[in-house]
Design a protein around this ligand. Structure first.
Ligand code: NAG
Ligand code: NAG
Ligand code: NAG
Ligand code: NAG
Ligand code: NAG
Length: 535
């Protein structure tokens, strides 16, 4: 059943001369992609001259090894997950703890959602439980009553009336209505699909516009905040896996019910997903639009979804999902990895917030102290102080972050940058301001080591901190000075961690060794959990 859906929803134009440039996946993902796309695998083998993944295609490992983990019979599941900590009563055994982390936070999530997938209008529309994700072929949406130009509310749930959406299919209305229990703009597609209508014949759609390209439609959380906007992007990536759809020649449509145009400081990120311009549904106002292939994306605020308010089982770290997301974004945005440095110096980036709150009052003193230590102790690290503000293009910020071994900053959305650190990196949330799980959990998802301030007696808040509107005491709304010796002590621990990381050592050897270092590398990796997984 699964493999059939898979093939019918294979969005790839075979024989197209742009096939390979539109595919543009990281080389590390090629084997996994070929396992899931046998016909493209064959095409690559037949196109040695142009297929950039020919070597991977030629030596494709067996399907039960070259797989992401969600494919039926994949043995390569949970391959990166490490659960050295206690689950604090969430599960009764280590196996269950690993499985639970994989199921909720890694590709196991997709395995589970693929099992939920079923037809709601046969054969055009398929969805998972609670309509968190759907996909459809040959449907129409009638935008003649949406009035987007009259509204400023981005999340109206009543813009489609009975008959405004439908397809030529047999509707299971009972199941559709039963799955309306998560109805909410960023939790499900129920509001948009509740009036899905059976139409006898596709000719009666009378479309003004027909979109033939594979399409993903998404409702966005917030373009203004990196933490929230990357909830959108990770869900888009999960959607691509769900749908086995990685070509860059796709159409992305923003379901925003207001007249306001989308703007985001982070908008470069879209170019990793599509080479086509984004369409905002206000462009469709007054028109009937037909879609040949459309997926309704997973959304940013789903219960047990990625990654906002996600209950994450304690004791575990490192998912293949977030690691591959990093590889995918970094590859498609062409961000190079210039490290590890030959000098063995650790590249430290300190985020110096210049916002009103959560500044480091004595940042200059701390930096001077750390530099002095490094100068006196074998130049162990280099410190780069950055202010990631609106004047520095996001792509340049990502370039710095990706070329950082230790990233440090106060609690705040800028720490979302940790998603783009190299595998051996560590993050120092200098002070979490009593919001202790947010970036710790994100670091666990990504698999970078998390550090934070340990000694409350050695941090000096400027004042109590008051919530600007509520007036109640709030640790996030003040600035902090830190004991420089204690700060340096934590930095030392982090430097040690990075230098001893197997991935750091093997990346360094790979980069600078002139002889063939492969045997040594394999020996080293045998000690780590990463052995099974090669991407
Ligand atoms: C994960 O892989 C193991 C074998 O390595 C297999 O027994 C298990 O069923 C797989 N789990 C899932 C959910 O696919
Ligand atoms: C749909 O087609 C069937 C059989 O061709 C016909 O009996 C029915 O009346 C049609 N329904 C509508 C709404 O046109
Ligand atoms: C990233 O930074 C390096 C070194 O500064 C530079 O050579 C490269 O062009 C940058 N790449 C991007 C995509 O910004
Ligand atoms: C950090 O930012 C503050 C405020 O803009 C500035 O005064 C300070 O010099 C900066 N420190 C460093 C080390 O760049
Ligand atoms: C730098 O370190 C040396 C040796 O520990 C110390 O004597 C000196 O006072 C330090 N200088 C500064 C500016 O901290």
């Amino acid at each position: 059943m699964l493999s059939i859906c898979f093939l019918t929803f294979l969005f790839f134009t075979v024989g197209d001369s742009n096939t390979w440039s539109d595919l543009d996946i990281p080389i590390e993902h090629a084997a996994y992609f070929f396992t899931n796309n046998p016909s493209i695998h064959a095409q690559c083998l037949a196109d040695q001259a142009r297929c950039p993944y020919y070597e991977q295609a030629k030596s494709l490992p067996p399907f039960d090894v070259a797989c992401w983990g969600y494919e039926p019979n994949c043995k390569n599941n949970a391959s990166l997950v490490q659960c050295s900590g206690d689950s604090h009563g969430w599960t009764t055994s280590k196996e269950k703890q690993i499985y639970e982390f994989w199921r909720t936070a890694d590709f196991g999530y997709i395995a589970e959602k693929r099992n939920e997938l079923r037809e709601f209008c046969s054969p055009s529309l398929e969805c998972v439980d609670h309509l968190r994700f759907c996909r459809a072929k040959n449907i129409y949406i009638d935008f003649r009553h949406t009035e987007t130009s009259k509204h400023i509310d981005r999340y109206r749930e009543d813009i489609l009336k009975p008959g405004d959406i439908g397809g030529h299919c047999k509707l299971n209305r009972d199941d559709l209505i039963k799955n309306g229990d998560h109805k909410s703009p960023l939790q499900s597609w129920f509001s948009e699909l509740q009036f899905f209508t059976e139409i006898n014949d596709t000719n009666s759609f009378n479309c003004d516009i027909t979109i033939t390209k594979p399409t993903i439609i998404i409702k966005l959380d917030s373009g203004y905040n990196m933490y929230h906007h990357f909830c959108d992007f990770i869900n888009l990536y999960v959607t691509q896996h769900m749908n086995n759809m990685f070509s860059k020649d796709i159409q992305i449509i923003l379901w925003d019910t207001s007249k306001n145009d989308y703007w985001s400081f982070f908008s470069t990120t879209w170019t990793a997903f599509t080479s086509n311009r984004l369409i905002h549904i206000n462009e469709f106002e007054g028109k009937r639009v037909c879609f040949q292939n459309i997926a309704f994306s997973f959304l940013a605020r789903m219960f047990y979804g990625f990654y906002y308010n996600m209950p994450l089982i304690p004791g575990c770290t490192q998912t293949s999902l977030f690691r591959s997301f990093q590889q995918y974004i970094v590859h498609r945005l062409r961000i190079p990895q210039l490290g590890p440095l030959k000098s063995n110096q650790i590249r430290i980036t300190l985020l110096n917030r210049t916002t009103q709150y959560r500044q480091i009052l004595n940042v200059n003193e701390i930096v001077q102290h750390l530099r002095n230590i490094s100068t006196n102790e074998n130049s162990e690290y280099l410190i780069n102080v950055v202010d990631y503000n609106i004047n520095m293009p996001f792509i340049d910020q990502l370039n710095i972050t990706h070329n950082t071994d230790i990233f440090m900053g106060m609690h705040g959305a800028g720490l979302t940058h940790l998603l783009f650190l190299p595998d051996w990196a560590a993050i120092f949330e200098i002070h979490n301001c009593e919001d202790k799980d947010c970036y710790w959990d994100l670091a666990r998802l990504r698999g970078v080591k998390y550090f934070t301030w340990e000694n409350e007696a050695k941090v000096y808040p400027q004042d109590e901190g008051k919530h600007p509107t509520l007036g109640t005491p709030h640790k996030k709304f003040t600035n902090y000075a830190f004991d420089k010796y204690e700060f340096a002590r934590i930095v030392r621990k982090m430097v040690k961690y990075v230098k001893e990381h197997a991935a750091y050592r093997s990346a360094k050897r790979m980069k600078y060794s002139t002889t063939n270092s492969i045997p040594a590398l394999e020996a080293e990796q045998r000690h780590t959990k990463t052995t099974k997984d090669e991407f």
